[in-house]
Design a protein around this ligand. Structure first.
Ligand code: XLS
Ligand code: NI
Ligand code: NI
Length: 442
């Protein structure tokens, strides 16, 4: 098997002072951080789709990348094997422990469902060998329920039940593949589970259908003994005008409403958070505090663009705040950081894929060290605790325990027993605390 990334040797940790561009400065897999190896805390994955299955095209122009297995005259299964060889060479040279894929990233769609199914099965078998040779593991699998024209009006939320059935068949196979490859999680991203116009849409019918689909996924997961975590990936829009899994809070409400809480958790993507008008920090804090946090798709948007640019993460501040929330509560269970990231279209040299991932991985590693310092310093926690301390008093307990009602509270206020004074929220002092942790760590 010919090497593809011939100019790159395995990437090593060389520390912050190295002048080697193709080395890690902060990602030191064996370094112990908060009781575990850094590699086991961060659980980093490379995504198959943007890195190996996308030619660098955009709506205005053709692919710019050197991906000989895409769009050429090769026999489709030979091209799929060549793509997988290059992908596993990349994973192994980068040295990250996981990858993620959609069924149709690894195998070509055939003329019939049966043909597609056997293509996927053959490539799963090939992936099994590659995983054994390299030791790379599967963070999550998923099904592509958005590219084919049959899904133009949605998959589970399609007005036609036959499309629902087709999507169900596809997800069943993708779950089987994920189980076989020992995946830690299975993801549902509802790319087209939303609407283009309300003029032809019944939102209540569609959300009921989506819930039914999710219950089927739960039942099948249990039937086959898949012990990984089921994840929903929120996104507010794109490609549809509106997606039902808008953000973490919407998904949380949906899970509660349809009796799915505890069965699904969220896979939060940075750029989806910003498209929803939030920050990654907001989405993570919401999910962690409400018991729905699962995993992260690490990327970033462009502050001037209103779409999902999927750039590689480079903000230690943004990542540190999110890591602080995740690791204050013990870190990942089955989740991890998947690089759902795209090179820019002009990054067409083969080694650009390494530079991009190295930068993103070092950003996460440094952020983990900052989070460790913020947690061990205890300043943020103490400030938050102090802010809510009143709720441990007799008054707080009476209110939250339900023994005080409006009239009882009014009586206390009239009697002058209650006379609250405004206190400082100390925002700037806390912001300085974050910056000091970043400065001293880097
Ligand atoms: C698209 C999503 C997608 C999911 C997997 O915006 O991020 O890549 O992660 O289907
Ligand atoms: Ni994603
Ligand atoms: Ni995305």
């Amino acid at each position: 098997m010919a090497e593809f990334f011939t100019d790159v040797s395995p990437i090593q940790f060389e520390g912050p002072d190295t002048d080697n561009d193709l080395a890690f400065r902060f990602y030191d897999p064996d370094r112990m951080v908060m009781g575990k190896r850094m590699e086991d805390q961060l659980r980093i994955a490379v995504c198959y789709w943007h890195s190996f299955n996308w030619p660098g095209s955009d709506v205005f122009g053709a692919g710019t990348f050197d991906r000989p297995w895409l769009g050429g005259s090769m026999e489709p299964m030979a091209a799929a094997r060549m793509k997988m060889d290059a992908a596993f060479e990349f994973f192994a040279k980068l040295g990250t422990p996981f990858y993620c894929f959609h069924d149709l990233d690894i195998a070509p769609e055939g003329d019939t469902f049966a043909e597609t199914r056997s293509n996927v099965e053959a490539m799963v078998e090939y992936a099994e060998q590659k995983m054994e040779e390299t030791g790379v593991k599967l963070l999550w699998g998923t099904a592509n329920l958005f590219s084919h024209p049959r899904y133009a009006a949605g998959a589970a939320t399609n007005p036609n039940p036959e499309v629902f059935a087709y999507a169900a068949a596809q997800v069943k196979n993708a779950l089987d593949a994920t189980l076989r490859l020992g995946g830690s999680n299975y993801v549902l991203w509802g790319g087209r589970e939303g609407y283009e116009t309300l003029l032809n849409t019944s939102v209540s019918k569609e959300t009921d259908q989506l819930a039914r689909f999710m219950h089927m996924v739960v039942d099948y997961k249990k039937a086959i003994g898949f012990e990984g975590t089921l994840l929903i990936e929120p996104k507010p829009q794109e490609p549809t005008k509106h997606q039902y899994d808008y953000d973490s809070a919407t998904v949380h409400g949906f899970l509660e409403r349809y009796d799915l809480f505890g069965e699904f958790f969220v896979n939060i993507e940075t750029n989806h958070a910003t498209l929803a008008g939030h920050s990654l920090h907001h989405e993570v804090a919401y999910a962690v505090e409400n018991g729905v946090f699962g995993s992260i798709d690490a990327n970033r948007g462009d502050p001037q663009n209103g779409w999902d640019t999927d750039q590689f993460p480079n903000s230690v501040e943004e990542m540190s705040l999110s890591l602080y929330e995740i690791f204050s509560r013990g870190g990942f269970k089955n989740g991890g950081f998947n690089f759902d990231t795209k090179l820019r279209r002009q990054s067409m040299a083969r080694d650009d894929l390494f530079h991009a991932h190295i930068g993103g991985i070092d950003t996460l590693a440094l952020s983990l060290l900052v989070a460790e310092q913020l947690i061990s310093g205890g300043g943020l926690r103490a400030a938050r605790d102090a802010r809510y301390a009143g709720w441990s008093s007799a008054l707080g307990a009476a209110i939250s325990g339900g023994t005080a009602d409006l009239a009882a509270l009014e009586a206390k206020v009239i009697a002058g027993e209650i006379d609250p004074k405004p206190v400082s929220g100390r925002q700037e002092a806390l912001e300085n605390l974050i910056n000091r942790a970043i400065w001293t760590t880097s």
